[in-house]
Ligand binder design. Structure first.
Ligand code: LLP
Length: 387
């Protein structure tokens, strides 16, 4: 478990360690986002010729500086609630509505109404909106979210396809859906699918594209195929990196059979995960029954991913970055739950003590956006860093 760090390319927070520590001195818990990393990822993705349009799934991290950075890189945005739409247009008032997708799940009527009024692309993902609100839907242009019958991703809670997932129209329900479409004079301009988050094998998107394209051929009015987001990230620096080249190749291969459809994608995590770090301060160090615990000033309230998905994030003692790794310790937060553990059996320096700065890496996606005030603790601060 205590792998040596020697051969790794330094992360931005290692290269800029003094500045990161200076930010931590302003107060922790604090999220810090490195905008050059966001730009670098955006450009890598933009360089894939198979993709026509990219929409950033802002649920991953809606920080205004990140939205502005990605807008400047030519990205559109994928929103899932009226709140996200409102936030997006408040940050980017001049953004063209055609650069925005609204892809909600079981949202109330007024959120669809709001989205149609704003003129953004709207996705429906079951017959319910057509049946429940025919007057609102009549004559509209919409995308239809399909459940391709399988889900993928880093944890069962983030797999969004298959019978047990709430998302999308099952393929066998298409004829009934199309009958309702004809009745309401709706036009399906796009097909959409998102199979899950943290997908490592790019071949899945080829399968998804092929399924959607085959359905699109049956529908006849489809111009766009949106294969969602889900690109994986290597949280463990010794782990397998996401193969962007293979992703681009799988999409290019899929498209070859259907060049007439425009291909859209909606990545969230991949663009921002590595750009974010969570800075914490050590509060107490205690040992019970042979288990050493390093306490931090925030835990599952600031970063839910370890508690919710058993997600692994690298944790370092930034104040003692170059000291030798010590005996394994659990890094825990101050929340009154047994699950409030950010990392188990981590080899932080033995001298780790109150006031040291801990850095939780790859926390830029689904970190602050899922933080909460449980136990009435304050939300973390947020800072950006652009060098
Ligand atoms: N499009 C749709 C329709 C989505 O539901 C999502 C994510 C995305 C795109 C972006 O997926 P990404 O590229 O970020 O994987 N909180 C979980 C992840 C939940 C993802 C929800 N939907 C986590 O921390 O792992």
């Amino acid at each position: 478990i205590c792998a040596a760090d020697a051969a790794r390319t330094p992360a931005w927070w290692e290269t800029c360690r003094d500045e990161v520590l200076a930010r931590a001195a302003r107060g922790t818990p604090r999220y810090l986002y490195h905008l050059p990393t966001v730009r670098e990822r955006a450009r890598e993705l933009a360089a894939l010729p198979a993709i026509d349009r990219r929409f950033y799934a802002l649920k991953a991290n809606p920080h205004p500086a990140i939205l502005r950075t990605l807008e400047a890189e030519g990205f559109g945005f994928e929103c899932v609630s009226a709140g996200e739409l409102e936030h997006l247009f408040a940050v980017l008032p001049a953004l063209a509505p055609a650069r925005v997708l609204f892809t909600p799940s079981f949202a109330p009527r007024d959120e669809y109404e709001d989205a149609f009024e704003r003129g953004v692309h709207v996705t429906v993902d079951s017959l319910a909106p057509l049946r429940q609100w025919p007057e609102l839907l009549r004559g509209r242009r919409v995308l239809l979210r399909i459940d391709p019958g399988f889900g993928e991703g880093h944890h069962e809670k983030v797999r969004t396809g298959g019978r047990e997932a709430k998302f999308g129209l099952a393929e066998d329900a298409l004829p009934e859906f199309l009958a309702a479409v004809r009745e309401l004079g709706l036009r399906i301009t796009g097909l959409h699918a998102h199979i899950g988050s943290g997908v490592q094998d790019p071949r899945h998107w080829r399968t998804v594209f092929a399924r959607l394209a085959a359905l699109a051929d049956r529908i006849g009015t489809v111009e766009v195929i949106d294969v969602g987001g889900g690109l994986g990230v290597a949280y463990d620096p010794d782990g397998e990196a996401f193969d962007l080249g293979a992703y681009g190749a799988a999409l290019a291969d899929a498209r070859a059979g259907w060049p007439h459809y425009s291909l859209w994608v909606e990545p969230g995590r991949w663009l921002v995960a590595e750009a974010g770090a969570l800075l914490l301060s050590v509060t107490q160090v205690a040992t019970k029954s042979g288990v050493r615990r390093i306490g931090a000033d925030a835990g599952m309230n600031a970063l839910m991913r370890p508690a919710l998905y058993s997600a692994w994030h690298r944790i370092v003692n930034l104040s003692r970055l170059h000291e030798a790794e010590g005996a394994p310790a659990d890094v825990v937060g101050p929340v009154c739950e047994t699950g409030d553990v950010l990392g188990r059996r981590r080899c932080l320096p033995d001298a780790t003590a109150e006031g040291d700065v801990l850095l939780v890496a790859h926390a830029g996606a689904y970190g602050m956006s899922m933080a909460n005030r449980y136990n009435l603790r304050d939300l973390p601060a947020e800072d950006v860093f652009d060098v």
